[in-house]
Design a protein around this ligand. Structure first.
Ligand SMILES: Cc1cc2nc3c(=O)[nH]c(=O)nc-3n(C[C@H](O)[C@H](O)[C@H](O)COP(=O)(O)O)c2cc1C
Length: 315
């Protein structure tokens, strides 16, 4: 037991530290209210909130979910209350719960991101901002920001300029690109402190009885175990190119072994999304399993394991 309690599970993103590396994934736990019925929110590294937009939105047409082998497809769209209600209600709830908070923001234009960053300035109790750039840019024929290096750079620059050095900026990238390392390089040079990898992949399911796309929005984001090897590959490639930039990894993590894979590839933190829908306590079990697996492999601190798959390759 004393061996267990000596283990240092803390992680950090730049100067912000977290007691352990297990986080929610944006959009999969709202603002934490439902999860708080299953465990105290301060038990996890941080809550990453659903991506918040400038105005309230109702999301995309139904149906919005389809099951796929080892995963799911969703086309929720960025449904939510808008930044004003979020700041008035969700942030005070999370502060009261003792939770560390990472606010995810999303926009349809570079200006939207600037407005959101302005509203976050001086808000007490925030640990970091996650910038979700996997959204259609209405000023560029709906092309997703994260697939366009110039638009990605513009978003990160406006958030950086607006927030100054107030909060770490973690930029969430899409795996739906030819070269994720190139996009990572753009956003890092534009001022990102860290990266979140990966968002969902664009997919489609066709109902063969109705003989048309199953989702009301036709396409949707693929998540769950089916995408884990892509997450591991993206994290590995980006960590190899930018070893000093912290990565929040996510994609199909359901147990401690999955989380360990992302950590060894280079993730300084692990977010859990789809797994919480089937098992609201998944965050707690992944946390305990990851700790045991690290101790069993002789690590005395979590940070020593980050990116270890790269080191053993060279030795
Ligand atoms: C229903 C649903 C809603 C999501 N909403 C968001 C969101 O608002 N912002 C965001 O950055 N990612 C969103 N994501 C993506 C997740 O945060 C995560 O990157 C992805 O699902 C991979 O992790 P997982 O396999 O553990 O779910 C959403 C995913 C799902 C399944």
């Amino acid at each position: 037991m004393s061996h267990m309690s000596n283990f240092d599970f803390a992680t950090s993103f730049n100067n912000t530290s977290f007691p352990n590396p297990i986080f929610t994934a944006s959009g999969c736990a709202g603002s934490g209210k439902e999860l708080s019925q299953f465990f105290p929110l301060n038990e996890i590294g941080a809550i990453v909130t659903k991506s918040i937009m400038v105005k309230a939105r109702s999301g995309r047409p139904t149906p919005r979910m389809a099951e796929t082998p080892s995963g799911m497809l969703n086309s929720i769209g960025l449904q939510g209350p808008g930044i004003d209600q979020f700041l008035a209600e969700d942030i005070p709830f999370l502060i009261k719960a003792g939770s560390r908070i990472i606010v995810s923001i999303a926009g349809e234009s570079v200006d939207d991101y600037g407005s959101l960053a302005r509203r976050l300035r001086g808000v007490p109790g925030l640990s970091a901002v996650e910038v979700n750039i996997s959204c259609p840019n209405v000023e560029s024929r709906g092309q997703v920001f994260a697939c366009d290096p110039i638009a990605s750079r513009a978003v990160v620059e406006v958030v950086r300029r607006t927030l100054g050095g107030e909060l770490p900026i973690i930029v969430k990238l899409s795996p739906d690109v030819t070269d994720i390392v190139a996009i990572a390089g753009e956003v890092i040079s534009a001022g990102a402190d860290g990266l979140a990898l990966i968002n969902t992949l664009l997919g489609m399911v066709i109902d063969i009885d109705l003989m048309r796309p199953k989702l009301g929005g036709k396409t949707g984001g693929l998540s769950g175990p089916a995408i884990r090897p892509i997450a591991v590959r993206a994290i590995y490639q980006v960590h190899q190119a930018f070893p000093k930039v912290p990565i929040l990894g996510m994609g199909g993590v359901t147990n401690g072994r999955d989380a360990l894979e992302l950590v060894l590839a280079g993730a300084s933190g692990v977010s859990i999304g789809t797994a919480t829908f089937g098992n609201p306590s998944a965050l707690m079990s992944v946390k305990e399993e990851l700790k045991s697996l690290l101790i069993a492999r002789g690590f005395s601190s979590f940070k020593d394991a980050v990116g270890h798959a790269h080191r053993s390759e060279n030795e």
